[in-house]
Design a protein around this ligand. Structure first.
Ligand SMILES: NC(=O)c1ccc[n+]([C@@H]2O[C@H](COP(=O)([O-])OP(=O)(O)OC[C@H]3O[C@@H](n4cnc5c(N)ncnc54)[C@H](O)[C@@H]3O)[C@@H](O)[C@H]2O)c1
Length: 410
């Protein structure tokens, strides 16, 4: 934003904080009349104005993720944020083995971090584990100046972000994502969360990390299945925002480790969507494409032994939601079948006992995006463009889900 414009807005906010009825003008915009008798109009204008300002201020705090080419630059960044502070590194059993050493090699030269380790897997996104971490922080005498480095996949960044944003009313945290899913999605945008009563991300906060430091070399130890899982969110970015990126990503016969350029493309697509809408009042909902159905499927597996990845569920969700878009004539049959056939080529359902619609329906209705009996979804209208807030009738969702589910049974 132009500094002069920002200065003028800040001045006006100051006046308004001291005296909410003070007249003023939005630079380059509407003038708010001091003598207006229409106090209701004034009240609503002020509320709208305040909302715009809050959005602007929140948006300005969103710092773009930094993609680092080598270990030295990663350590430089960490040094900058952590020097002279109490540092905690949260990792899971896998990232403790595969990634921690890279960090610790240099870390100990400038501070002695405390390591917090949780079990790998979705089950760690629980109140019980969060409570255990809060206790540990208290026992270690963590003050409000302490900082947590979340070194791991989406489970660690969601859990660590939640614990940090609630401990002593919020301490700082940095995300150092180590899975593809976390690099291009989970670590960005300040959504933190725990699962509760089998509902995915039922408890959570919006809290921005102080920095997101992406070091793609961590991906070298990531299992292939996890690459495939993260790739689903990259495909989602392409479907909702960038048709050329879709062409690029779908050139592969088989999913493989994406290069740094693709990682950066996805990171910037996500950032460009959330920078104006951190609290998901509007446009950020686009990123939920595939997640209404996807989360509902994932929720059915939360308590089961069968492992199913988040990305796999999102891919299944994108297939069904694309079919819903076609059923509602929002996208052409041709484009819809291009999306569905490509996704089903990469993400097959072999060995997955897909739940019936009756089993996913309670989770769909519990979805944060829905109200009462109305389903609200983000759906593609063509490859590279999507719309959010589309009302979908339950019977349309059921029809498309069951049609897809039956088509997967050979
Ligand atoms: N907050 C958000 O905006 C957001 C967005 C997308 C997903 N999520 C959440 O993220 C989670 C999924 O993330 P995920 O797929 O990263 O899952 P994850 O954190 O469970 O990681 C997947 C597996 O890979 C292992 N792993 C991670 N990095 C590794 C590395 N470098 N080497 C070896 N093993 C490594 C982990 O230990 C784990 O076993 C879900 O809970 C989902 O709800 C959140």
């Amino acid at each position: 934003m132009h500094p002069q414009k920002f200065g003028a807005i800040a001045q006006l906010v100051e006046q308004r904080t001291e005296n909410p009825c003070v007249p003023g003008s939005i630079p380059g915009g509407t003038t708010i009349e001091s003598e207006s008798s229409d106090s209701l109009f004034l009240f609503h204008t002020k509320r709208l104005f305040d909302r715009i300002l809050i959005t602007l201020f929140v948006a300005m705090k969103l710092k773009p993720a930094i993609i680092l080419e080598n270990q030295d630059s990663l350590m430089e960044e960490l040094k900058f944020h952590c020097r002279d502070n109490q540092v905690f590194i949260l990792c899971d059993t896998n990232t403790a083995q595969q990634c921690l050493e890279i960090l610790l090699a240099d870390f100990q030269s400038f501070c002695e971090p405390e390591i917090l380790e949780v079990d790998a897997g979705e089950s760690s996104k629980s109140m019980e584990v969060a409570s255990h971490l809060w206790t540990h922080l208290l026992e270690c005498g963590a003050t409000r100046k302490a900082i947590i480095i979340n070194l791991g996949g989406g489970v660690v960044t969601d859990l660590g972000g939640f614990v940090a944003s609630t401990y002593k009313r919020g301490i700082r945290f940095i995300n150092v994502p180590t899975s593809l899913m976390a690099m291009i999605d989970a670590s960005l945008g300040g959504k933190t969360g725990l699962d509760h009563e089998k509902v995915k991300n039922a408890i959570g906060t919006f809290a921005l990390p102080e920095a997101v430091l992406i070091f793609p070399e961590f991906l070298n130890s990531l299992p292939k299945d996890e690459i495939i899982s993260g790739y689903a969110e990259m495909l989602k970015h392409a479907i909702i925002k960038d048709a050329r990126y879709w062409d690029e990503l779908t050139l592969l016969k088989e999913i493989e480790l994406p290069d740094d350029e693709c990682i950066e493309k996805s990171v910037r697509i996500k950032e460009s969507i959330i920078e104006h809408d951190l609290q998901e009042i509007a446009e950020r909902a686009l990123l939920n494409f595939g997640h209404s159905i996807g989360h509902a499927i994932e929720s059915c597996f939360l308590d089961e032994e069968t492992a199913i990845s988040h990305g796999q569920c999102v891919a299944f969700g994108m297939m069904v939601e694309t079919a819903i878009a076609a059923e509602m004539s929002l996208i052409t049959e041709n484009e819809a079948s291009q999306i569905i056939s490509t996704l089903s080529h990469y993400y097959n359902t072999n060995g997955v006992a897909l739940p019936s619609f009756d089993r996913i329906a309670p989770f769909l209705k519990n979805d944060k995006k829905n109200s009462l009996n109305e389903l609200k979804m983000s759906l593609p209208i063509k490859i590279g463009e999507a719309k959010f807030g589309i009302v979908v009738e339950i019977k349309t969702a059921e029809l498309c889900y069951e049609k897809w589910r039956l088509s997967t049974i050979v």
